[in-house]
Design a protein around this ligand. Sequence first.
Ligand code: PLP
Length: 395
Amino acid sequence: MISDKMMNLTRNNSVIRAMFEEGKAMAKKFGPENVFDFSIGNPNVPAPREIIDSIADVVNEYDPLYLHGYMSNSGYESVRDAIANDLNKRFGTSFSENNIIMAVGAAGGMNVALKTFLNPGDEVLVIRPYFVDYRNYVENYGGIIVEVECDPKTFMPDMESLKAAITPKTKGIIINTPNNPTGAIYTAAVLDEMAKVLTDKEKEYGTSIYMVSDEPYRDLAYDGIEVPYVTRHYHNAVVVYSFSKSLSLPGERIGYIVVPSEIDDYENAFAGMAIATRILGFINAPSLMQLVVARCLDCKTDISYYDKNRKALYDGLTNLGFECVKPDGAFYLFMKAPIPDDREFCNVAKKYNLLLVPSSSFAWPGYVRIAYCVSYEKIVNSMPRFAELAKEYNL
Ligand code: PLP
């Protein structure tokens, strides 16, 4: 018999993953062109040519014993150094390789950071709506999730709710900007306000409150919007970055954690994260991909592809009468369900072969998340189906 905790998780497995499987089954039944699967955030732009070329170059150039061998748990020094320099150039920071730990994607990085910071019973704040797996990541280490409200018009965190949620047991806060599921990007002013609230509470309670900024969507921001670098706004912030979405490499499992020297207990935090990388069973981030991304730090995905989808989807759905949040970043559209029960609405949408994710999965009922990292044709061809769905609700 498996553990009670895992039994619970197998029973309530991720709705998104379940839909992804359902989408595959539906594609077999109806033909892939007749199924509109907007469930999963799997990039649809191929990895840039530079990545493919670099994979070949790295394989050919390096001594196989170095390339395929173990290295320091925190990753190759040369790679960490290249990443630190790149961040310094782009964000005016002053990191070195001693501030970078290579990670197995954002999911790996989040787990390494939380494993390092949390004692059982520590509280971690998350801002509703939030990525489903944060609860699992926090509970993996005995932490307790505490939800903070946001402004439902802008999806920016509500400062009064943030203040009220902080207790002497608050160890951290997870933020995610650009955001999954809303596409919202926190402005510098919002980060400054949050920093003030957190710093005041740290002083009041004599504690350290670490901000863990989950940033797989950092490079997916539209209309020239800048995504502020959080370590420049808050003294106890660590950043978890991933190449999964920005370079369309989710299966390769590569990212990094930025641990600034200014954070409280920096030396132990850095050493702890290197050990966490090992004892969580990763040992180190994939060696080949470390060396590949280090060569491609200037390389970016073709964001115009997602932008075109974003506009087509937002315009199409609002013209049909649906109420949508205009996303500034990531590749998700958050749409209000015309009925309060978002799960029921998703079931009805399935009749038209539209696979949407109910927002209750993000602790925010009444909406659906539509992942637009699909082909443009998919978006265009889905519109008649959405029109039928709108008709069903007299929009
Ligand atoms: N965090 C958020 C908000 C995500 O949306 C995802 C993936 O969709 C992850 C983390 C995991 O990313 P990775 O594939 O880099 O582990």
